[in-house]
Write a protein that binds this ligand. Structure first.
Ligand code: NAD
Length: 506
């Protein structure tokens, strides 16, 4: 990295407002602006105000990051033992927790999500992702066999886990720190180096993590961040770079297709966590209040911007009307407001652009003849917040299964509720989608619960629960919702290469 590019900003966030770029790249241990000085604006979804300028990366920044990451593989990082790496990753987790408030304010500023949500989910999980994968890599068993050889001798045959090399991490904006560290944690635990391309909407916590890496002594070049956009920008330059050995991506299915094309050049392995159009199924024998609570969380949490969220709800006919009324009450009780207000039940969408997309589905639903049970537009907000990306939680009924609102991922706080009569019908409707990320089923019939878990084509099936998972278990989508599984030891399959070593002893 040429020094003329490098501006050390050891406190990137405390320097906000003074420096020309508040969100610099982090390359080879340095906070740097783009070579051509290009930036883009990061605006608050709460009120549209300017948070800061973000360095806009191009080919030179990606090249520099790849060179730094490749060099770091050969440097001190590549020579560490697993136990030494584990100690460093524990230190990363501890330092995130020590700077909890900095991470919280960066995440909340970028996303506008309620502090109550980010402080319980995003930041603690962001830190935990380093500890969990440190523990997993330290404890993973190795296959070793003593074998006979044709000449009557003996050989020792074992599998050695080696890092893949330089991993590109392309992440979305809905759970920025959590989803990025979910990839960076295991990648580093396995001895790789990484280049992160965070979402252009949420540059904050990925940048801040650079300070943490420097503070705890992660060698330069091990963790790099290049900001920018997707096509014809940092995202595409990174994923098509020949110096990248593996690509892990979370985002839209369509983006996954574009990245897969880029990855095919050089046959780089991919791990994809993609979109969904998840079904929630509520049987008449379910614990009614628990089901209403669960579906309300699945539909409206994080303003509906959760890949695991439920936008299609199927309710057994005898309880259909009662369920619709109860869910309507839940939606209407969600008070939109600023992140810091304890009363806030729902924040804004990530951007005005995303709101236009969500509102276009609100229009489509009307045009297709939906009954709008509640919502369907933009809430009235105080003048100071009128430039924010606010949208009403929305429930529809009465649409045919062919409706765009039922078939396409909206990624907003909305769901369609339809009645069903039989278990087979519920399963068929749940499976009638190109996606296969998750489902949430509500019933007290144990046999039926197990039957549905087997029949619904998804990567994750929740019974009488939602968004509940031991982090050692596999996570990922079926059909067009993903490729591969991450989580627990499953992440190791992607972030390491298994080398077969056979040593002739006698
Ligand atoms: P997105 O696909 O628009 O963007 C994700 C990232 O990809 C961003 O960093 C973006 O800049 C980058 N990108 C875009 N085009 C690219 C290209 N051609 N080459 C390389 N990089 C490119 O997704 P988003 O809008 O940020 O996130 C919302 C989507 O993510 C939803 O579809 C949601 O379901 C999905 N998601 C899935 C999971 C999961 O675990 N399955 C989790 C969270 C979000």
């Amino acid at each position: 990295m040429a020094n003329d590019l490098s501006t050390r900003l050891p406190q990137a966030f405390s320097a906000r407002g003074d420096a020309a770029v508040q969100f610099p790249h982090f390359i080879n241990g340095f906070f740097v602006a783009s070579r051509d000085g290009r930036t883009f604006e990061n605006r608050s979804p709460v009120d549209g105000s300017l948070i800061g300028k973000v360095a806009e990366g191009g080919q030179p920044e990606v090249d520099a990051a790849v060179a730094a990451a490749r060099a770091a593989l050969e440097g001190p990082w590549g020579k560490l033992t697993v136990v030494q790496r584990v100690d460093l990753l524990y230190a990363v987790a501890d330092e995130i927790n020590r700077r909890f408030d900095d991470f919280l304010s960066a995440e909340v500023a970028d996303t506008g999500k309620p502090v109550s949500l980010a402080s319980h989910l995003d930041i603690p999980r962001g830190a935990a992702n380093f500890k969990i994968f440190a523990d997993i890599i330290r404890n993973v068993p190795a296959e070793t066999f003593e074998m006979n050889t044709p000449d009557g001798g003996t050989a020792l045959n074992y599998a050695l886990r080696v890092p893949r090399g330089v991993v590109a991490v392309v992440s979305p904006w809905n759970l920025p720190l959590l989803l990025m560290t979910w990839k960076v944690g295991p990648a580093l635990a396995c001895g790789n180096t990484v280049i992160v391309k965070p979402s252009e909407e949420t540059p904050g916590t990925a940048t801040l993590l650079g300070e943490v890496m420097n503070k705890v002594g992660i060698p330069p070049g091990v963790y790099n961040v290049v900001h920018g956009f997707g096509p014809d920008s940092a995202g595409e330059f990174l994923t098509s770079h020949p110096g990248i050995n593996a690509i892990t991506f979370t985002g839209e299915t369509r983006t996954g297709s574009a990245i897969m094309k880029a990855a095919s050049n050089g046959l780089r392995p991919v791990s994809f966590e993609l979109g969904g159009k998840n079904a929630g199924i509520v049987f008449a024998d379910a614990d009614f209040d628990a089901a209403v609570d669960g579906i309300a969380r699945a539909a409206f949490s994080n303003c509906g911007q959760v890949c695991l969220g439920t936008e299609r709800v199927y309710v057994e006919r005898p309880i259909f009307e009662r369920f619709v009324t109860a869910l309507k009450a839940k939606a209407e009780a969600m008070k939109p407001g600023i992140p810091q207000d304890k009363e806030t039940g729902i924040g804004p969408l990530i951007s005005l652009e995303h709101r236009s997309k969500v509102l276009s589905y609100y229009e489509k639903a009307r045009a297709e003849g939906a009954t709008v049970v509640t919502g369907g537009g933009v809430p009235e907000m105080p003048a100071a917040l009128s430039n924010g990306s606010w949208v009403q939680p929305t429930i529809w009924t009465g649409l045919p299964e062919t409706s765009a609102v039922i078939r396409e991922e909206i990624f907003g706080p909305c769901c369609h509720i339809a009645p069903f009569d039989t278990e087979d019908e519920a399963v068929a409707r749940a499976n009638d989608t190109q996606y296969g990320l998750c489902t949430t089923v509500w019933t007290t019939n144990l046999s039926r619960a197990h039957r549905l878990a087997k029949r619904i084509e998804v990567g994750l099936c929740w019974i009488n629960s939602w968004f509940l998972r031991d982090l050692r278990t596999p996570f990922g989508g079926s059909k067009q919702s993903g490729i591969g599984r991450e989580g627990g030891v499953h992440s190791l399959e992607f972030y390491t290469d298994l080398r077969n070593v056979c040593v002739k002893l006698y």
